[in-house]
Design a binder for this molecule. Sequence first.
Ligand code: PLP
Length: 459
Amino acid sequence: MENKTSAMLEKNSLSILFKALGALEEGFADLPAHAREAQETSGMEAVLLEAAARLQDNYPYFHPLYAGQMLKPPHPVARLAYALAMWINPNNHALDGGRASSAMEKEAVAGIARMIGWDTHLGHLCGGGTMSNMEALWVSGQLRPGDTVLASQQAHYTHHRLSSVLGLNFESVPTDRKSRMDLSQLEKRLEQGRVGTVIVTIGTTATGSVDPLPELLSLRDKYGFRIHADAAYGGYFCLVDNLMEETRRAYDRLSEVDSIVIDPHKHGLQPYGCGCVIFKDPSVGRFYKHDSPYTYFSSNELHLGEISLECSRPGASAVGLWATQKLLPLVKGGVFATGLGKSRSAALALFKKLAADNRFIPAFTPELDIVVWAVKAPSASRSSELARGIFSEAALFGLHLALAEMPVSFFDLPGDMVVDQDSLTSLRSVLMKPEHFDWIDRIYDILDQAGKHVCGHQD
Ligand SMILES: *Cc1c(COP(=O)(O)O)cnc(C)c1O
């Protein structure tokens, strides 16, 4: 019987998992029979049903009306491939622990490297963007000991914290009104010397702003620093065909950075636990293991554990990513790229509606798929209060947005608004699901209702 809830969570693909498990099993059919641990299923069932009940206490992350934080459901093929690998539970620390899944990891990472234009590279998967960025900053610190690391004020907070873990000097560079690194401020700092690495954020977590990479590359020619691209969230957007020209210019030169981080668990349709760090120069592998000749680091014999700071790592993550890239290749014009492009179109559609609505003040035009907007009010503090009110009211109507604390300079505030604080609590929506595009009208209807409840009726 079809009922309302039966279509909420995708379950049809589970039959494929069953088939694939059968195929996997065939590979081990020659083994002598062994007594498996007795499986007491009634206890398991009770516990699992209890877990299901507990897990209901979540926002509906999988649904288009969840349009808040950076949360994207994994593709069913990723989920199934990950689950399939669980029956083997490979460990990609070393080839011993995961032969097939290590090979799949190298293929998947090479796919990401090719996407940004690197034929040779050194890279691997990590637990997430934080661990990936840590490895990149660690290598930077090895190459430029004692020199400072710079990132914009809107870069992910992890860089400051990781620099302190690694004992590196860290300074932040102010941003312009579009949340991008301010180049004149950057150059002022570069003139003072001893800058070893500049982190370019390709898609900030808060607003999806893309730092001006082409100009940064020119400054590198003049001042000689390493460039690390934190593209944890934004990396995959290099495949879409609907970026603004200035954003596209940055993506087109990604292959010129020294290292890059892209999180498959952000926009790459993977379950959590899947980040990726890639270095342009494979010889940096020497920092991980001192006694190997560096040519070794791009050879096929390489153990991933020898070029990774983490030891045990889930082979299942690699299998999930490999399967996803096999089904949805990372190519321009492909299904994956089209889905991402729709997320960006959704953000533009929402931005357009907000700009035409005199209750709201959207920040600058979104560069990727994040939209940020403030609420019009007599003062900044009142505006912040209204934003919090709309956030809660929308959730009651089933629409889940996010709140973000943003500098007032990101908004074109009306001249008569009293700016009684430096930042505005604003509303934020990450439209990461391709379905968001088809849901924009419904999303806006709810926002409109919530706005009426909180701000009162217009005219
Ligand atoms: C999410 C994010 C990170 C941190 O990555 P995790 O996977 O959450 O550890 C770092 N940088 C940027 C730009 C991000 O969006």
